[in-house]
Design a protein around this ligand. Structure first.
Ligand SMILES: Cc1cc2nc3c(=O)[nH]c(=O)nc-3n(C[C@H](O)[C@H](O)[C@H](O)COP(=O)(O)OP(=O)(O)OC[C@H]3O[C@@H](n4cnc5c(N)ncnc54)[C@H](O)[C@@H]3O)c2cc1C
Ligand code: FES
Length: 271
């Protein structure tokens, strides 16, 4: 069990690998200096870079790996720019893990489809890797992932390799050069999933993706409570103190970042 007080403390950690996934996204493999990170897929950590600040980022690896964990960080501003300059052996600080993670009880023994847009694949990779290691946890597993162009498809080799245990479709809005997947907006490919009304759908991507995909999948009779969505908000504390991440009566850092669509659909601020 995680000690709540210890969970607020900053822990020192070391970068053991830094690799660009694309032009502006760096993947980091991180090892805590004193212990292992105990987390659930879908949770996030606060990653600090000394002298710059800290940002919430999703853990992208499965908890089955105890020696290290990984994150993927897009360079969008002050802290993430500094993170994108990190290299092996640099020191960082970690708080967390925080948030609820995916509702595994609800997915157990069910047909599951994950739908990711852009960097939304990062938190879903943790679930995909878990499914690869525990194929009996789900009745079936499908992956639909869309990116703007082949240069922005993250983890493509390992996702194509998922075809061994999951129906996998990767699509790009526009294809140039070598591309072995589909082309066209992700919404165009939703009807290629084998959707059943009992299916659980887990989604992470830009809010505009949710707006178009939810009506598509609801046509198949999937109830709102079977759809899990990850939300992002600006965060400061990650632990329910600063109110930066709230919408309505919800805190993304405490009640989320994973929400059932039924919990948020009537709250226009949510998406
Ligand atoms: C639960 C959670 C998980 C996340 N996981 C990841 C992840 O795995 N990888 C990743 O790259 N990013 C992730 N993010 C987003 C990341 O935390 C922000 O990009 C980061 O905080 C920006 O900090 P900065 O100092 O670099 O940017 P700033 O200099 O503070 O801002 C730069 C620009 O980004 C905008 N911005 C900042 N934060 C957000 C945000 N949360 N949502 C939308 N726009 C924002 C600002 O308005 C501004 O335009 C996650 C956010 C949350 C809440
Ligand atoms: S980030 Fe401070 S309350 Fe959620």
């Amino acid at each position: 069990m995680t000690c709540k007080t210890c969970n607020y403390k900053l822990k020192e950690a070391t970068i053991i690998k830094a690799e660009n996934l694309c032009r502006d996204i760096l993947a980091l493999r991180i090892k805590l200096d004193k212990d292992s990170l105990i987390f659930k897929p879908g949770q996030f950590i606060m990653l600090s870079i000394f002298g710059y600040g800290e940002v919430p980022v999703a853990v992208t690896t499965t908890p089955d790996i105890k020696d290290y964990f990984e994150v993927a960080v897009r360079n969008v501003g002050t802290v993430t720019r500094a993170i994108n300059r990190l290299k092996a052996r640099d020191k960082v600080g970690i708080r967390g893990p925080y948030g609820n993670g995916y509702d595994f009880k609800d997915m157990h023994d069910k047909d599951v489809a994950v739908i990711a847009g852009g960097l939304g694949i990062a938190p879903l990779r943790s679930l995909i890797e878990y499914a690869k290691n525990h194929p009996k946890a789900f009745k079936s597993f499908q992956i639909l992932y869309g990116a703007k162009n082949p240069g922005e498809v993250l983890y493509d080799e390992e996702l194509f390799a998922c075809e061994k245990f999951a129906r996998t479709m990767l699509t790009v809005d526009e294809a140039q050069g070598h591309w072995h997947g589909e082309t066209g907006l992700i919404t165009k490919h939703v009807d290629k999933l084998r959707i059943t009304p009992e299916m659980r759908v887990i989604m992470c991507g830009p809010p505009v993706m949710y707006k178009f995909i939810i009506p598509e999948i609801e046509k198949y009779g999937i109830p709102d409570e079977h759809i899990q969505i990850l939300l992002e908000r600006r965060m400061k504390c990650g632990i329910g103190k600063c109110q930066h991440c709230t919408f309505g009566d919800k805190y993304v850092c405490l009640d989320g970042p994973v929400f059932k669509y039924s919990e948020i659909k009537n709250n226009m601020e949510a998406i």
